[in-house]
Design a protein around this ligand. Structure first.
Ligand code: AMP
Length: 591
């Protein structure tokens, strides 16, 4: 498929907002993608070069793209820059300047989708002396050979700002329609995606081997599995009832999640976002080789720093210092880690996802017997809400975050939030029982005493899984230290956009929109209904539209921006609706 054809479809996608219409357009486009280039087409549509665990990123600066546009169109850098100041989007600038290029088109060669992808990969992976000039030259060559619409996307892609308005969920629906004529097959595609975390790969399997190839996809070592997620319930009674009368109740540790893959003597570690973090934790690699006495395994747990003298676990603020790329060895000495293992997904050629939790738990306990650094999570099995409550209180007293109750019979449900895991966290009166992870969608400029920081709060939102859109839920203005405000301002300035990003639904207008990228942890007094925000918005009988909002929101948590979650891992609109209902039940009980 020619890239110019794909670019035409992208152009159409950008102009529509109905999700169904978007699926139709994307389906049409995907039908034209040839065998062997589906992987590339999907990565481009996702705006990435590879799945997170491969660690290949663009990191291209706007200045560099400006230079490439100037070279390819015969305008000066200053002219490109002044156009960019007007459009706020270098893609549009490239399109415009290509349309009135001062240079004759240097080649009649039209790039295919695969060629564009391969060249972009080359640009991203070129490094060392002189690489900056080389990158500019390669990008300029591509822009020079492109038509104006192609140029728009050729420039936006390496800047990480495709602005198509489609997320993974929409891509999967389009793939399903492409292959089967209906959206039904999305479920199977989702299953495949959840066990390999590589949508490009799933698409390629589908394109070359059809439905059967996708159905056959199974767990594989060194392809991280998308993590299982927990639901919430506020009381011990409800948890026991929901889990069918018996629960395995584990301590909930506040560190960072690691998924460990071991094949013989090769070990790789993946973060919650499925990035390869092996180099950061040589001690966990060593402990795996020393203590996990099986040939091949995938298992996961929470890593926490501890005090070697007393054995005490450190709080998250200490543990997080271990997440670093430099000075690793020094920190390994200062802050040794324990790994509290809570699940196993693969063992010596056997996919364990479908085994019931109790069997997986037995297996992990058996494997880790006698270990020193890698231990199974502490837990009880109980039928009694009272006992659960006591275990929860003891855990909190010991400085832990709370408990995680698990369904004894449930499989490991990759990539989804289900009631097979239910969390209960410590909380304080007048506070929601769990904080929310919200994506920053925009920011407001400061007035009064904060004006010198030019920071007046954030517009934050949830992710609506059904609509594959981000919806606003609150304007967040409290809980920030001055240092946090300047940190945020600096980070957000780099990703601000002139207009509302395509996947954002909002009636509030912040001073600046930003690309949905960063996550903040927020607590509030309660969730309320509100006409101001689009989270869970529904038309009422009287014609007004009401959504959900937060009362007295404040920034909480140990990091200003959560490093372990991406925009689609924010609290979903569907979870907010669930929390709103639970909160109502609790307040009825209290009154
Ligand atoms: P939350 O981030 O509050 O939604 O809680 C889910 C997270 O708790 C998981 O992603 C894990 O990182 C962490 N966690 C801590 N202890 C456990 C446990 N015993 N079982 C499962 N997850 C745990």
């Amino acid at each position: 498929m020619l890239f110019s054809e794909l670019a035409e479809y992208y152009d159409k996608l950008e102009s529509i907002s109905s999700r169904l219409a978007m699926i139709d357009v994307l389906t049409e486009a995907l039908k034209l993608v040839g065998k062997g280039e589906m992987q590339a087409a999907i990565y481009i549509t996702q705006g990435t070069l590879a799945p997170a665990f491969e660690g290949i990123e663009f990191g291209m600066a706007e200045k560099l793209a400006e230079e490439a546009i100037a070279i390819a169109t015969g305008y000066t850098k200053e002219q490109v820059d002044s156009s960019f100041k007007k459009t706020g989007d270098l893609g549009l600038t490239a399109q415009d300047m290509k349309g009135k290029s001062r240079l004759k088109s240097i080649s009649s060669n039209r790039y295919t989708v695969l060629e564009v992808y391969n060249m972009m990969r080359k640009i991203a992976t070129t490094s060392g002396a002189g690489s900056k000039d080389l990158k500019i030259k390669m990008l300029a060559n591509m822009i020079a050979a492109a038509n104006p619409v192609e140029a728009k996307y050729i420039v936006r892609y390496p800047l990480g700002q495709l602005r198509l308005g489609v997320g993974d969920s929409t891509i999967m629906e389009a793939l399903s329609v492409m292959a089967t004529g209906s959206r039904e097959f999305k479920k199977e595609l989702e299953r495949a995606y959840n066990i390999c975390s590589d949508l490009g790969f799933v698409g390629e399997e589908l394109s070359t081997g059809g439905k059967k190839a996708v159905e056959k996809m199974h767990v594989a070592i060194f392809k991280p599995i998308r993590p299982a997620l927990a639901e919430r319930l506020p009381t011990a009674e409800e948890i026991i009832e929901r889990l069918g009368g018996t629960a395995s109740v584990e301590q909930k540790y506040d560190g960072f999640r690691l998924q460990i893959h071991k094949k013989g003597i090769k070990v790789r570690l993946y973060s919650r976002r499925l990035e390869d973090t092996t180099e950061m934790f040589p001690d966990i690699v060593k402990a795996t080789l020393d203590e996990v006495k099986v040939e091949d395994i995938i298992f996961e747990g929470e890593a926490l720093a501890f005090n070697e003298a007393t054995g005490e676990l450190f709080p998250f603020q200490e543990t997080i210092q271990r997440k670093r790329k430099h000075g690793v060895e020094e920190k390994v000495e200062q802050l040794p880690l324990h790994l509290f293992a809570f699940d196993i997904m693969y063992l010596n050629g056997k996919d364990m996802l479908h085994e019931p939790y109790e069997k997986r738990r037995d297996e992990i306990e058996h494997i880790l017997k006698g270990g020193e650094l890698i231990l199974p999570t502490t837990r009880i099995v109980t039928k009694s809400p009272k006992e659960l409550e006591l275990f929860f209180e003891k855990s909190v007293e010991n400085g832990l975050e709370g408990i995680m109750a698990k369904d004894m019979k449930a499989p490991y449900i990759a990539g989804a939030r289900k009631f097979s895991w239910i969390k209960m966290k410590r909380s304080y009166k007048g506070e929601l029982s769990d904080s929310l992870d919200l994506v920053i969608l925009g920011y407001f400029l400061g007035r009064g005493s904060r004006a010198e920081f030019k920071f007046g709060g954030l517009l934050c939102g949830t992710y609506n899984r059904k609509r594959d859109m981000f919806e606003t839920i609150t304007r967040l203005g409290t809980g920030f230290s001055e240092a946090q405000m300047s940190e945020l301002r600096e980070k957000l300035d780099k990703i601000k956009t002139k207009s509302k990003p395509a996947r954002v639904d909002s009636v509030v207008e912040p001073d600046f929109w930003v690309i949905p990228k960063y996550i903040v942890q927020v607590n509030a007094d309660e969730i309320t209904k509100s006409p101001t925000h689009t989270c869970g918005r529904e038309r009422q009988k009287d014609g007004t539209e009401i959504g959900y909002a937060l009362r007295f929101p404040r920034l909480v948590g140990n990091e200003t921006i959560r490093s372990d979650k991406g925009p689609e891992e924010t609290t979903t609109t569907q979870e907010v609706i669930g929390m709103f209902k639970e909160q109502k039940k609790v307040s009825l009980k209290e009154s």
